[in-house]
Ligand binder design. Structure first.
Ligand code: NDP
Ligand code: MG
Length: 397
C-alpha cells in the first residue's frame, strides 16, 4: 500500500510537532506532502529538511524567498509558497489524503474548510474554526463526504466512547449526557483576589499539558472548555444541556459518555496529544504513538469536582453563546482571541479577558449565520469592539 500523503497545517506548533513525531514513527504508512509555519521559520526549515515535503507554506513573499534560498542551499527540493491561498491549495491538493488542521485561531478557518470541501480526511485540532463557523462547517462536511476526526483529547475520547452510528442522534443510541472533563488549569485553587495580578507566564504554566500560548491561556480561564463545549455540540449534534463539564485535575480521563442504562464509558491515557493524533491518523486501526503505558498504580487516585463559575466566568459566557447559537459563538471566539493576545502582551489583566468578551457579546443580539461572509463580518465587528475595550481598559489600569 502506498503511504498516505499528509498536509500538516501549523507544523511548527505544539500539535504540529507531535503529529510529525507520530508520522516519523511510521514511514511505511505516512508521507509528508506539505508543512506550514508562520513566524518560526528556522523551525520550519528544520522540519522541511527532516520530512522533505513537496510544499512548505509561509506567511509572505520575503519569508518564502528566505526559506526557499536556505532550503535550496541545503539540497532540498521543497517548493516554498506563501499566503492564505497557498494554505488552501495544500489543504485541498488532489494528491493529499489527510490534513492535520493545527493552525491556532480564526486564521485556520479558510484552509481547514478548503480541506473539508475537497473531501479530505480532516484531523481537527483547530477548534476555533469549527466554533466560529459551526453550522456552515458541518454542512460542508456533509456535502463533501469529508471524514472529520477530532484531535482535541476530550472530543477524541468522546468519539472513542460513542457507538459507530452515533450520527443517528445521541438519544437514538442511548446517550444520556456527555461528561466533558477539564483539568481546571493552573488557577483552579488560586485565591480569587490573586487572579487580578497573575502573569502570562503563570497562565501558560499548565499543570498537565504542554501547549501553545493561546490555548494555555484559554485553559487557565476555562474558555478552552467553553470553546470545547461548543465544539462538542457541533461534532456530536448535542444540545448544550446534554454536556456537563467535570473538573478532573489529573487529566487522565479525557472525557466520558453516560448512557441511559447507567453505563458510563470513559477513555483514559497519559496526557500526551500523540494518543489522539495517532488514533485519528490510523482510525479505524491502532498504531504505536510513542506514549508510555498508563501506570494506574503510580496514579493511585482520580479526583472530580464541579466547576466554579465565579472563578471561571468564561465558561458561563461560552455556554450562553452556545445556547444562543448563530453569530454569538463567532463573536465569543473573536473577542477571546483579541483579549488573550492583549493579556499575553500585558495590555490587560487576566480577569479583564472575561469582561471584554461579556461586553462584546452584550453589544448585539445573535443572528443566524447563513454564509461565510456573515461569519467574517461578525468576527470583524467583535474584534473591533474588543480592541476598543482593550485600549480603554489598558488606559484604566
Ligand atoms: P501553537 O501556538 O503551538 O501553534 C500554532 C500553529 O499555527 C503554528 O504552526 C503557527 O506558526 C501557526 N500560526 C499561528 N498564526 C498563524 C496565522 N495567522 N496563519 C497561519 N498559521 C499560523 O498552538 P497549538 O499547537 O497548541 O494549537 C493549535 C490548535 O490546536 C489550536 O486551535 C488549539 O486550540 C488546538 N489544540 C491544541 C492542543 C495542544 O495540546 N497544543 C490540544 C487541543 C487542541 P508559527 O509557530 O510558525 O508562528
Ligand atoms: Mg482539549
Amino acid at each position: 500500500m502506498n503511504p498516505q500523503q499528509i498536509t500538516v497545517l501549523g507544523a511548527t506548533g505544539s500539535i504540529g510537532i507531535s503529529t510529525l513525531d507520530v508520522i516519523a514513527r511510521h514511514p511505511d504508512r505516512y508521507q509528508v506532502f506539505a508543512l506550514s509555519g508562520h513566524s518560526r521559520l528556522d523551525e520550519l526549515q528544520a522540519l522541511c529538511l527532516q520530512h522533505q515535503p513537496v510544499f512548505a507554506v509561509v506567511a509572505d513573499s520575503p519569508s518564502a524567498k528566505r526559506l526557499q534560498a536556505s532550503l535550496a542551499a541545503a539540497g532540498s527540493k521543497t517548493d516554498v509558497i506563501f499566503g492564505e491561498d497557498a494554505l488552501c491549495q495544500v489543504a485541498a491538493h488532489p494528491e493529499v489524503d489527510t490534513v492535520m488542521a493545527a493552525i491556532v485561531g480564526a486564521a485556520g478557518l479558510r484552509p481547514t474548510l478548503a480541506a473539508v470541501e475537497a473531501g479530505k480526511k480532516v484531523l481537527l485540532a483547530n477548534k476555533e474554526a469549527l466554533v466560529m463557523s459551526g453550522a456552515l462547517f458541518m454542512q460542508a462536511v456533509a456535502k463533501s463526504g469529508a471524514v472529520l476526526l477530532p484531535i482535541d483529547s476530550e472530543h477524541n475520547a468522546i468519539f472513542q466512547c460513542l457507538p459507530g452510528d452515533y450520527s443517528r442522534g445521541l438519544e437514538h443510541v442511548g446517550v444520556r449526557r456527555i461528561l466533558l472533563t477539564a483539568s481546571g488549569g493552573p488557577f483552579r485553587q488560586t485565591p480569587l483576589d490573586q487572579l487580578l495580578t497573575v502573569t502570562p507566564e503563570q497562565a501558560c504554566a499548565h499543570p498537565n499539558w504542554s501547549m501553545g500560548q493561546k490555548i494555555s491561556v484559554d485553559s487557565a480561564s476555562m474558555m478552552n472548555k467553553g470553546l470545547e463545549l461548543i465544539e462538542a455540540c457541533w461534532l456530536f449534534d448535542a444540545k448544550p444541556a446534554q454536556i456537563e463539564v467535570v473538573i478532573h485535575p489529573q487529566s487522565v480521563i479525557h472525557s466520558l459518555v453516560d448512557y441511559v442504562d447507567g453505563s458510563v464509558l470513559a477513555q483514559l491515557g497519559n496526557p500526551d496529544m500523540r494518543t489522539p493524533i495517532s488514533h485519528a491518523l490510523a482510525w479505524p486501526e491502532r498504531i504505536d504513538s510513542g506514549v508510555a503505558a498508563l501506570d494506574l498504580f503510580a496514579l493511585a487516585r482520580l479526583d472530580f469536582e464541579a466547576p466554579d463559575e465565579q472563578r471561571f466566568p468564561c465558561l458561563r459566557l461560552a455556554r450562553e453563546a452556545a445556547e444562543q447559537g448563530g453569530t454569538a459563538p463567532t463573536m465569543l471566539n473573536a473577542a477571546n482571541e483579541v483579549a488573550v493576545s492583549a493579556f499575553l502582551q500585558r495590555q490587560i489583566s487576566f480577569v479583564q479577558i472575561a469582561g471584554i468578551i461579556d461586553t462584546v457579546l452584550s453589544s448585539e443580539a445573535s443572528t443566524a449565520v447563513t454564509c461565510l461572509e456573515a461569519v467574517f463580518a461578525a468576527d470583524s465587528r467583535a474584534r473591533t469592539l474588543a480592541q476598543q475595550c482593550v485600549n480603554q481598559r489598558g488606559e484604566a489600569r
